[in-house]
Ligand binder design. Structure first.
Ligand SMILES: Cc1ncc(COP(=O)(O)O)c(C=O)c1O
Length: 456
């Protein structure tokens, strides 16, 4: 008789506790279910989204599933279980990703935020140091800075969602004691990298890159993450690599790589298993006593499901780009959407990866519709047609700097440009599992709702 996975898991858990497994049908909810609410009537006319599961994530390739199952059968889950290290799937995964991005070294860890935190520590940014960061980013970025014991100083983000170069110049001047810039390529948007690198070098500030969401994006033909001393990549589910949780520190600096490996948890003879870090055997005796073991390693299981995904990155990027370009052309050719919504172009130096449509409602459209309240009305109109959009400046959004009380922006002074931009800016996911027509339907819904709310 076959049994569902969740039923198997329930039996295992109950067995471990020496009790009979509760059957699913007798399980009682902890709280009484709320009475069903009447669903809003669907609009009678106009477009609707054919699919509404915008949080659907990419499945793991069969090859990765088979690899993971084989590892589980053998119990070979710890990255250092393997005799010399070269047979470890974690090493294979590190080598594959480094070869893809062109970095000399990769250290696999348990999340993107861990990679950012480790990059600060591996680059020698001391506790108490001031670390600059663009204000439009995900809350995990200031969190990683706080985790490293540093003080966050925010820099304004511009209408193109990237760091505001003029404000970066001013902030560097106002904070001559700043030690590092954690530059977040938020949602894969990449700013003026040469100018940023120059400003940091002049100010003696260590440049680190948050490439959590910019894997595959190239600047002047080179992958992101090479302008700074090190960068962090994420393999959390809504990224191009999906292992649920996972991350990498990538760098061209051997000392930073060795420090990241030891900090992540290469203790005792395990350090010798980093054959991709040639000098680690000589340096280990010193590093092992200077640095704590923070146990942020990636497991072999995680890497086994990532290896085949690295191999298909460029094919998937190509698919994302083709569909994004068609959608943007659709929006720009639609009179109401084009008049109301601004989709900033990437810089000419950037070969982007767009797994999401970002746009900002134009101020003149808002004025036509009676002011800021029209942002919510537009979001509600789209939701009624099945289109879910993420308003970055909403009260509960983890990308709204106002919500980061743990790293208050008050110390950096007001951030009026970022505040204004995020209160009018949305992200719409473009899942690869959706068909081309599903993606194009987003443009139809945006146009219809723009006409409804902002007029033409
Ligand atoms: C811009 C950015 N930076 C950092 C992170 C943190 O990555 P992780 O969730 O793997 O810790 C994310 C995750 O969504 C992100 O979007």
């Amino acid at each position: 008789m076959s049994m569902s996975c969740s039923a198997c898991f329930a039996l295992l858990v109950a067995g471990a506790a020496g009790k009979a497994a509760p059957s699913v049908s007798t399980a009682r909810p902890f709280v009484a279910a709320a009475p069903p609410r009447a669903a809003p009537a669907p609009p009678a006319v106009g477009p609707r989204m054919p699919r509404v599961d915008e949080r659907v994530t990419c499945p793991v390739p069969e090859e990765g599933i088979e690899h993971a199952v084989a590892l589980m059968r053998e119990g070979l889950l710890f990255r250092y279980t393997y005799p010399t290290g070269t047979e470890s799937p974690v090493t294979t995964c590190e080598n594959a990703l480094a070869a893809y991005t062109g970095h000399k070294y990769a250290v696999a860890v348990n999340s993107g935020a861990s990679a950012l935190y480790l990059s600060l520590r591996a680059a020698g940014v001391e506790q108490g140091a001031k670390v600059l960061c663009n204000a439009f980013t995900f809350g995990a970025v200031p969190s990683a800075i706080v985790h490293a014991g540093c003080e966050v100083v925010y820099v304004e983000s511009g209408a193109d969602y990237c760091i505001d170069i003029d404000d970066l110049r001013d902030t560097l001047r106002e904070h001559p004691d700043a030690r590092a810039l954690m530059l977040s390529h938020m949602r894969g948007r990449v700013g003026q990298m040469d100018a940023i690198r120059e400003m940091c070098a002049e100010a003696g500030v260590t440049l680190l890159e948050d490439c959590a969401h910019s894997l595959g994006v190239r600047y002047d033909g080179v992958h992101t993450g090479h302008h700074g001393v090190a960068c962090g990549v994420s393999a959390q589910s809504f990224k191009l690599l999906n292992s649920g949780e996972g991350g990498f520190v990538l760098t061209d600096d051997p000392e930073v790589a060795m420090r990241a490996a030891v900090l992540a948890g290469a203790y005792e003879t395990n350090a010798d298993k980093h054959k991709n870090l040639p000098e680690i055997e000589e340096r280990f005796a010193t590093l092992a006593v200077d640095l704590p073991n923070l146990s942020l390693r990636m497991s072999a299981l995680t890497s086994s499901i990532l290896i085949p995904q690295v191999a298909t990155l460029d094919a998937r990027i190509e698919a994302y780009s083709r569909r994004y370009d068609a959608l943007v052309a659709n929006v720009r050719a639609s009179p109401a959407a084009n008049a109301a919504l601004l989709i900033p172009d990437d810089l000419p130096e950037v070969a982007p990866v767009h797994d999401e449509l970002l746009f900002t409602i134009r101020t003149d459209a808002l004025a036509r519709a009676g002011g800021a309240g029209a942002v919510g009305a537009f979001q509600a109109a789209c939701a009624a047609r099945g289109l879910t959009m993420n308003l970055f400046g909403s009260k509960t959004n983890a990308r709204n700097f106002v919500n980061w009380k743990f790293a208050p922006h008050a110390r950096s002074g007001p951030l009026p440009r970022t505040a204004d931009m995020i209160q009018r800016s949305f992200g719409v996911r473009l899942p690869l599992q959706w068909s081309d027509d599903d993606i194009l339907a987003i443009g139809d819904v945006l146009d219809w709702c723009a006409a409804e709310v902002f007029g033409t």
